[in-house]
Design a protein around this ligand. Structure first.
Ligand code: ADP
Ligand code: MG
Length: 725
């Protein structure tokens, strides 16, 4: 089949797709909710009272579990899983890629008589040893030293993963090197939570709290994605290999009518969503909101928030299930940040807060003055953290895909500022200017903050242009990429919060020991904090040119446009020290992460560049040349009959083709044999030279798409792919 036939056949298949299947009749939520999860409710039934009590304590507080209890839990887990037809188990872990990894083992062993029996002990539950030499580790392990360990994380529930090919008991785990360094995204997340807990405890004690339960960060991640008919996706090597279209002229109709956003969900998509969400419900993932997004073919799903560790595991699981369920429904689910040029890309808003069972959500202003003081301190801590470590927050969302989105006037700018909303911004500015009258006379407090009592929890207006916005009882990190694991951003947020809370605790203690009462001490600490860090607050239009200038010149913030500029932040001494001080990542672990992420960036651009060359040479060039030659033949035949036809169009196409091929030659040359003095130089080369040559090639190819006869064009067009049928 020639290229254009592949496309025409795809159009044909899609056009002749039968009616939308209605899907299996929905089951009541009570029947399916968490039915495949070995959660506390299941454990209560399956375990002895004492074992259950120990497990509950571990799940709820992270307290260590003794080995004999682990044996009992493993046995109960095995029985539960076998009852569901499961024969294999696997530690599931979260390497430094944005996907998950698993190694399956059978429950089965044979005895001396050759009979199969099942076995699963506490030690098998607790520890696994995948030969992990091929996981990215940033030179932490020499290739020969392949041994890596996985270890059960009892705070994230075990579940049964059903696929078309069977069922497996999945055990969420951490992944470390033989020498004990973190090789995954879960270890730093757990450590960052512990660091934040420790620092928050200090602050709350100074604030006079006596009963303080362990603090946990929470996360609710809104996931945007595209669905494309699989017939189209399968005819686009760029979508399959790079996750985004490397070519494609704009569709005459895109998103300009805003007629997709929150519109009626297409029937086929709704059937997909129901099937997908039922799977999530079975796994105890609280899918809550779904709707059409701005771009045609784009949708969003948001689960209800959970503790950050569980939410991160669930988020990974959700992305896996989205992709596999989409395929069952004849779609390919695109999680890339920018699958289509010229229309909105996809992000993942990470909603994040911190709280515990005794003080509640500390980013909720609450209704009482006392709550407000704690709230102001924790909110202040976030402001300080974003100001000091904005570039770090930029670095943890730096991927080749997200570079297409950030700063593109549809997604937050690549400048990290904080949006508080008018009311709260006013409060913090008053504190900064010392306008807050403080009575030192005891009692709960009199901060003179009448304007925030009672605090309006819903700031009303939303600032969609801010990368980091306060949204009533949490912060929303809006610049995260759609394909990313949420762990990296959560680690960064927890760690900068831990650092700021430590700073606050120290200052607060000094103020209190100088004789001030809490309200006055808080006001003094926050005044200093705001004077040093208030510049990070910005409530205006983050897309505007004025802000891009003012952010850098007046506010002293950094505009970090590409991954090549952002990742080196991980080598910054202040960042190395932050992670070391808080115990979240050792300098060696951090360095390995820099290397892994930089390598992923370089590889991604490399794959795209090679694909641009290949598609241009072997798919687009033959198509345009055969069209040019057929036009030329027509011109010649006409001329032989004495009719002179206008030849400008043919010449234009020929010129455009030549220009495309000349860009391709330059790109090909740019791809061979280069030596770079540093990883940073290599990244810069990708962000500059390679990306520019890819863009140049694309510009000519996209122009050709608008000139070559429709029936000759080999790749499915935007207008075909984007409007779901
Ligand atoms: P919007 O699109 O208006 O921002 P959504 O309802 O789509 O809101 O998503 C909001 C997300 O924020 C949900 O996942 C929700 O569970 C989550 N969320 C709400 N409160 C908190 C909180 N305290 N901590 C973390 N996430 C939260
Ligand atoms: Mg949202």
């Amino acid at each position: 089949m020639s290229g254009n036939e592949i496309r025409l056949q795809a159009i044909n298949e899609v056009t002749n797709r039968g009616d939308v299947p209605t899907g299996s009749p929905p089951k009541p939520l009570s029947e399916i909710w968490a039915s495949d999860v070995f959660n506390l409710a299941t454990m209560e039934e399956a375990l002895s009272k004492s074992a259950f009590k120990a497990m509950k304590k571990t799940v709820q507080t992270g307290a260590p579990l003794d080995p004999s209890t682990a044996d009992v839990v493993a046995a109960a887990m095995k029985d539960w899983a076998l009852g569901k037809g499961v024969k294999f188990f696997s530690h599931i872990f979260y390497p430094m890629t944005n996907i998950t990894a698993e190694k399956h083992d059978g429950f089965i062993v044979t005895n001396a008589d050759g009979n199969a029996i099942t076995e699963f002990t506490g030690s098998l539950l607790i520890k696994g040893e995948p030969d992990g030499s091929s996981f990215p580790n940033g030179s932490l392990r020499m290739t020969a030293a392949a041994r890596g360990y996985t270890a059960w994380d009892p705070t994230s529930p075990v579940y049964v993963m059903n696929t078309q090919n069977g069922a497996t008991l999945m055990i969420p785990s951490v992944f470390m090197s033989w020498t004990g360094e973190a090789l995954d995204k879960k270890i730093p997340l757990l450590r960052s939570n512990a660091a934040m807990d420790k620092a928050a405890q200090k602050v709350l004690k100074l604030m006079g709290e006596t009963d303080i339960a362990p603090l946990n960060s929470s996360c609710g991640a809104e996931q945007e994605y595209f669905l494309i008919d699989s017939h189209f996706a399968n005819s686009r090597p760029d979508l399959l290999l790079a996750g985004r279209t490397l070519f494609g002229a704009p569709s005459p109709k895109g998103q300009e009518f805003d007629d997709h956003y929150f519109g009626a969900i297409p029937g086929r998509v709704q059937v997909f969503m129901q099937a997908f969400e039922d799977k999530l419900f079975k796994l105890g993932i609280p899918a809550k909101t779904h709707h059409n997004e701005v771009a045609p073919g784009q949708f969003e799903i948001a689960p209800y928030f959970e503790s950050a560790n569980v939410a991160a595991d669930h988020q990974q699981l959700m992305m896996t299930i989205m992709k596999s369920t989409a395929l069952e429904h004849g779609f390919v689910c695109l999680l890339h940040e920018k699958p289509f040029a010229g229309i909105n890309g996809s992000g993942k808003h990470v909603n994040w807060s911190i709280g515990n069972a005794t003080q509640g959500n500390l980013l909720d202003p609450g209704n009482t003055p006392h709550d407000n003081l704690n709230f102001l301190l924790f909110c202040g801590a976030v402001i300080r953290g974003v100001h000091l470590y904005g570039p770090l927050l930029r670095a943890v969302i730096a991927t080749a895909g997200n570079d297409h989105r950030l700063g593109a006037n549809e997604a937050p700018p690549a400048i990290l500022s904080v949006y508080l909303g008018d009311q709260l911004e006013g409060v913090f500015n008053d504190i900064k200017d010392g306008k807050v009258s403080v009575s030192n006379g005891g009692g709960m407090m009199d901060l003179g903050l009448a304007q925030i009592l009672p605090f309006n929890r819903d700031p009303g207006d939303r600032n969609r242009t801010s990368p980091f916005a306060f949204t009533g009882n949490r912060f929303e990190f809006r610049a995260v990429g759609s394909s990313q694991s949420v762990s990296g951003p959560l680690v960064a947020m927890n760690t900068i919060l831990a650092d700021s809370l430590e700073w606050i605790a120290e200052k607060l203690e000094a103020e209190l020991s100088s004789g001030k009462k809490q309200p006055a001490a808080v006001a003094a600490v926050l005044q200093e904090l705001m004077q040093e860090h208030g510049n990070v607050i910005f409530g205006g239009d983050g897309y505007s040119h004025e802000w891009h200038v003012a952010a850098v010149e007046k506010h002293g913030l950094k505009n970090i446009p590409t991954t090549a500029d952002a990742l080196p932040v991980l080598n910054d001494p202040s960042v190395i020290d932050l992670f070391k001080r808080t115990g979240v990542l050792s300098p060696v672990e951090l360095e390995s992460r820099y290397e892994v992420y930089a390598e992923q960036y370089i590889l991604s651009i490399g794959v795209e560049a090679k694909l641009v060359v290949e598609l241009a040479k072997t798919v687009l060039y033959p198509a345009t040349m055969s069209y040019v030659s057929s036009l030329a033949a027509t011109l010649n035949s006409a001329s032989a009959l004495g009719v002179e036809l206008e030849s400008t169009a043919v010449k234009k196409i020929a010129n455009e083709t030549n220009a495309m091929m000349s860009a391709v030659s330059s790109l090909e040359e740019a791809l061979v044999n280069h030596h770079f003095d540093s990883t940073e130089a290599h990244m810069k080369y990708c962000a500059g030279t390679l990306r520019e040559l890819m863009d140049r090639t694309r510009a000519h190819a996209d122009a050709l798409e608008t000139m070559v006869a429709d029936e000759c064009w080999p790749l499915p067009k935007y207008r075909e792919m984007l409007f779901i049928k």
